[in-house]
Ligand binder design. Structure first.
Ligand code: CTP
Ligand code: MG
Length: 221
């Protein structure tokens, strides 16, 4: 099975609040996108296609010379679609991995690939929720405590049979989603889960960046 990688990296990183695009912000002296691409290359993904911010394409190309870099879009799903368009025809499956998740352990990627190998059309790495979860109304008053035992936080890389992801994206125009699996779910395709890992967390806020830097410095990454 030939597997390619897609790295959506075109976000601005509003919540991180840096002047540079988030994918180029460094942890351990390397930009986030470099770590994310390296994780997919270690798993044998070929090619790895990066969707970059339109004003940083050349800089991203310099940072990830082994990847194919294309311009990203205004939403994450648009960036994924533009990268998907650049994937060669003989690729059977794709791993979609956020540039903002620099330290996904190899065994998480391996579990996703193993599920694809075993025939899954779509697979996502997940983590249990640590906090108690409550539903609130518009005033912030608790409506109910949700049973968290059946809830999962979803990470990346998410794996898809290429034809399934392409079909999901063909209908995506009106769907406002934060991950690719949601598009596949909307088509009625079963999405399998495998265990993720806390180290696959997404760098979203300055706090997350500090955690990532501390992981790197203490050898926990
Ligand atoms: N992404 C993308 N294209 C977009 C928006 C997001 O490729 N138009 C990518 C980001 O670069 C990131 C991943 O999707 O690697 C997850 O998105 P998120 O963490 O939300 O990153 P940003 O959108 O950059 O951050 P923010 O929402 O805080 O602006
Ligand atoms: Mg975003």
């Amino acid at each position: 099975m030939r597997i390619a990688g897609i790295v959506p990296a075109a976000g601005r990183g509003e919540r991180l609040g840096r002047p540079t695009p988030k994918a180029l912000v460094q942890v351990g002296a390397l930009p986030l996108v470099v770590h994310a691409v390296a994780a997919l290359l270690r798993a044998g993904a070929d090619p790895v296609v990066v969707a970059a911010p339109t004003d940083a394409i050349e800089e991203v190309r310099r940072q990830v010379p082994r990847a194919l870099v294309v311009p990203g879009g205004a939403h994450r799903w648009e960036s994924v679609r533009l990268a998907l368009d650049a994937i060669p025809a003989d690729v059977d499956a794709v791993l979609v991995h956020d540039a903002a998740r620099p330290f996904v352990p190899d065994d998480v990627v391996e579990r996703v690939v193993a599920a694809l190998d075993a025939g899954a059309a779509a697979v996502v790495p997940v983590a249990p929720l640590a906090d108690t979860v409550k539903r609130v109304d518009r005033d912030g008053v608790v409506v109910e405590t949700v049973d968290r035992s059946t809830l999962r936080a979803v990470q990346t890389p998410q794996g898809f049979r290429r034809d399934v992801l392409a079909a999901a994206h063909a209908d995506a125009e009106t769907l406002d989603v934060t991950d690719d699996a949601a598009l596949v779910e909307a088509m009625g395709v079963a999405v399998q889960t495998v265990w993720g890992d806390p180290r696959a967390f997404k760098v979203t806020t300055p706090w997350d960046l500090a955690v990532a830097e501390a992981m790197w410095e203490t050898g926990k990454a």
